[in-house]
Design a protein around this ligand. Sequence first.
Ligand code: ACO
Length: 392
Amino acid sequence: MEDSKKIINTGLRGVTVASTRISHVDGEAGKLIYRGFPIFDLSDKTSYEEIVHLLLYESLPTEQQLINLNKRLTDQRKVPEKLIAALKTQPEDALPMDILQAAVPMLAAGDSNAAELTIDNSQRIAESLIAKIATIVAAWHRIRNNLDPIAPDPSLNHAANFLYMMTGQKPDETMARFFDTCLVLHAEHSFNASTFSARQIASTRAHMYAAVAGAVGSLSGELHGGANTRVMQMLQKINSVDAIDDYIRQVLETGGKLMGLGHAVYKTGDPRARILAPMSKKLGELSGNTKWYDMSIALEEKGKKAFKEKKGIDIYPNVDFYSASLYHYMGIPMDLFTPVFAVSRIAGWTAHVIEEQFGGADAKPVLYRPASDYVGDYCGPAECEFVPMEKR
Ligand code: ACO
């Protein structure tokens, strides 16, 4: 490979690997755009179902299109009994992201047309996955607590139905609207780690389910979607505004991480955090306990200051920072924060898989296949001499 093309150990930061029409993250301006529309408008004015239409079908839906999509999604919420039976065989303390990752190929196994690579079929599977992943996450939560899964309620929208299937309680209007906004905000984010995983798998012409299962695994890591759970654990560990300074000092001294702060692309702030913060404040106030919101605000301020002083870098809250306290106020268990991320991001993943399958072939070679720099210097510059088993 020519030296000019050699980009080593950068984690592909700044390297453009494909073109996309789905979304744009402007890291310097702190902007996020889904198919042309800024996230501030979308989060304020649309529902998750409208975002699903926008991402999968490239336009905001008309009233009739939305009615049709809602019907298709609600009709597909139920998951096969065999899958529920399989979930019941799993250990109660299994990580919910592992359960979700294992469940996706089970959906493929129950779909006799999983492997047909046509746009209609991929859109069908996308809608089915969007409808069912919420059901699986809620069902697993019930099963691990020795409770029966709750059947989806077709009178509720995607957001309210998820909270209902998880808790058995229909959320009030504020809670339902805020959770819907969370789903809108988490639905898509360009070539992040999990989306890139999905696209890379799709580029092999593996089916949609295989790509999504890989994306779920990628999202589970604490440097990606797993950060929201780790933010809440961190807040609980610190436990008071007064203890924040010590915690930050210790993190900086030991080379640890302040979870929920910093971003690989946003360098002047993540717009989603700005939308989530007031929702966390509001739910804190409504619950009569603003402790977690107050700590988050203080941690943001103090963390920013300490990083600037000690490392000379600006770090800002990312999407996971305020979603942690917000989900906590919503009564979502901490270890479901990342699966809840997947409940939303499935819309973006599936849109990207479809673009990879049917829209990207003229823009890049069919298969992702990066090069690597071999540094396996086992026998000096020479190749190693093979040693038979009996002489090793
Ligand atoms: N805590 C401690 N150190 C940090 C943090 C943080 N929150 N954020 C950045 N840094 C460090 C980086 O490790 C890097 O240090 P180095 O130069 O010694 O390697 C330096 O600050 C500069 O980092 P950036 O180039 O700005 O960001 P990078 O791309 O390296 O890291 C990342 C981005 C992984 C998200 C980082 O900010 C981080 O670990 N944050 C905490 C985990 C987190 O919140 N992840 C969720 C991200 S959003 C999402 O995936 C949905």
